[in-house]
Ligand binder design. Structure first.
Ligand code: F6P
Length: 325
């Protein structure tokens, strides 16, 4: 049966993530295949308020599957959090004849989507954030690339830390979540990993692990700190004061958000983008696309945001066994 959905918009909002371009490409091309017209909305929700749009055809998204960043730009909009802003955005949708919006971003983007759907706009969210902190999905686009970028940087640091027999303290992103830090920490064989989900005690979680590693014959140490757990500068200062080491601090920062997406991010973005259009075409709204057990499906945004996501306890346990060695 032909869908009543004739025209949709796609936008990226919040922090960018590698793979967002691949998701945009998938939305545009899936829509074209389903006979749905697609417009790109620039600068996230702010662009929807201002009608900052461009028409997108299949060839508008050529050669972007491999590119980091987002061709639609992204922004965080305070105006969109107000009733007046939401009303303006809903009016733009009406004016442009948009039957639905695919919003690619993190939990802030989804909260915005949920608010907008209350104004009668059909919205589907696609999870795109390096933090992997969207509760209802096992995977968010950008995580794999960010993790691999961080691992590559830390491997380089390790070379020089080894030569000088030093301690490195590396801060990785993740906002309030420790998924990225835990994954990266395990990949680089960190001496200790600090995550916000588990309140840390400097003596048991850092000092003791460095001591144990030293007793085991190690002369260089890698401490990975999630930005939401502590500041690498503070942890470094404590290591200096309490252990007499002379650590070097590295804050990886926005480096983790850039670069060509990995194959995994391109594939997940393509699958999720397709599913988002399918869900909109089926007349659904207020949904978020999720991944679990290699299946892609949709759940209600409100339900999805209310779920509780915790670090994988098995992953955490393994990290604990490996740390301090
Ligand atoms: O949500 C993605 C993220 O990179 C977080 O890891 C980080 O805390 C935040 O965005 C940084 O935001 P901004 O780009 O505004 O500095």
């Amino acid at each position: 049966m032909e869908s009543a959905v004739k025209r949709i918009g796609v936008l990226t909002s919040g922090g960018d993530a590698p793979g967002m371009n691949a998701a945009i490409r998938s939305v545009v091309r899936s829509a074209a295949k389903m006979g749905i017209e697609c417009v790109g909305i620039r600068r996230g929700w702010a662009g929807l308020i201002n009608g900052d749009i461009l028409r997108m055809e299949s060839d508008s998204v050529s050669h972007i599957i491999n590119r980091g960043g987002t061709m639609l730009y992204t922004a965080r909009s305070d105006e969109f959090r107000t009733e007046a802003g939401l009303q303006k955005a809903a009016n733009t949708c009406k004016l442009l004849g948009l039957d639905g919006i695919v919003a690619i971003g993190g939990d802030g983007t989804f909260k915005g989507a949920r608010e907008l759907s209350a104004y009668g706009v059909a919205v589907v969210g696609v999870p795109g954030t390096i933090d992997n902190d969207i509760v209802c999905t096992d995977y968010t686009i950008g995580f794999d690339t960010a993790a691999n970028t961080a691992v590559e940087c830390i491997d380089r640091l390790r070379d020089t830390m080894q030569s000088h027999e030093r301690c490195a303290v590396v801060e990785v992103m993740g906002r309030h979540a420790g998924y990225l830090a835990l994954y990266v920490g395990m990949s680089v064989g960190a001496t200790a990993v600090l995550v916000p989900e588990d309140h840390y005690d400097f003596h048991t979680d850092v000092a003791e692990k460095i001591r144990r590693a030293r007793l085991g014959g190690k002369t260089n140490f890698m401490i990975v700190v999630a930005e939401g757990a502590a500041s690498a500068v503070d942890v470094g200062r404590q290591i200096q004061e309490e252990l007499g080491l002379d650590p070097r601090i590295t804050i990886l920062g926005h480096i983790q958000r850039g670069g060509c997406p990995t194959a995994k991010d391109r594939v997940m973005a393509t699958r999720m983008g397709y599913e988002a259009v399918r869900v909109l075409a089926a007349g659904k709204t207020n949904r978020v696309i999720c991944a679990h057990d290699d299946k892609i499906f949709d759940v209600d945004i409100t339900e999805g945001l209310n779920m509780k996501k915790t670090l994988n306890p098995e992953e955490y346990e393994v990290m604990e066994v490996m740390s301090g060695t």
